[in-house]
Write a protein that binds this ligand. Structure first.
Ligand SMILES: [Zn+2]
Length: 161
């Protein structure tokens, strides 16, 4: 058995509420809704964080940053992702790549994709080419398609450092 690589999966959901801007992938997007949650509710960074922690078998974002802890109120998800990166580095893992899907009816991700990829690459200390990012709609059905929620998925690959 090859013990030198690990795959991780992350998934997250947050409700959309009126009033912008939209914090997504560590950047602020000019939009008339924002994601609601205990922290800054950055659904994409949460999915990435969980995929990294899962790959290294180091728990999950809720264990690290409980949502009933007042210290995590409105917390910047970039701080949480950076903390997860520190943990996986301490456990001698390195990020090979991440591949993400954002499920949202609006806004269109295309104009922001490069900026988000760059930001994620910075946070993970990898190159933008190691960050895959795709946007999908909900085809006007379900919570995503009705614009009630946004979801994100991320798969990551780690290798021994
Ligand atoms: Zn979340």
């Amino acid at each position: 058995m090859n013990q030198d690589i690990r795959v991780g999966l992350g998934h997250d959901t947050h409700r959309l509420e009126p009033g912008g801007p939209l914090r997504l992938g560590g950047i602020d997007i000019d939009f008339d809704y924002h994601l609601a949650g205990h922290s800054d509710a950055d659904v994409l960074l949460h999915a990435i964080t969980d995929s990294l922690l899962g790959a290294a078998n180091l728990g999950d974002i809720g264990m690290l940053f409980p949502d009933d802890d007042p210290a995590n109120q409105d917390k910047d998800s970039a701080v949480m992702l950076t903390a997860a990166c520190d943990l996986i580095r301490d456990a001698r893992w390195r990020v090979v790549n991440v591949d993400c899907v954002v499920l949202a009816e609006r806004p269109k991700l295309v104009p922001y994709k490069q900026q988000i990829s760059n930001r994620i690459a910075d946070l993970l200390a990898v190159l933008p080419e190691q960050v895959g990012l795709k946007g999908k709609t909900g085809e006007k059905t379900g919570g995503v398609g009705q614009g009630e929620i946004m979801q994100a998925m991320c798969v990551c690959l780690l290798c021994r450092d």
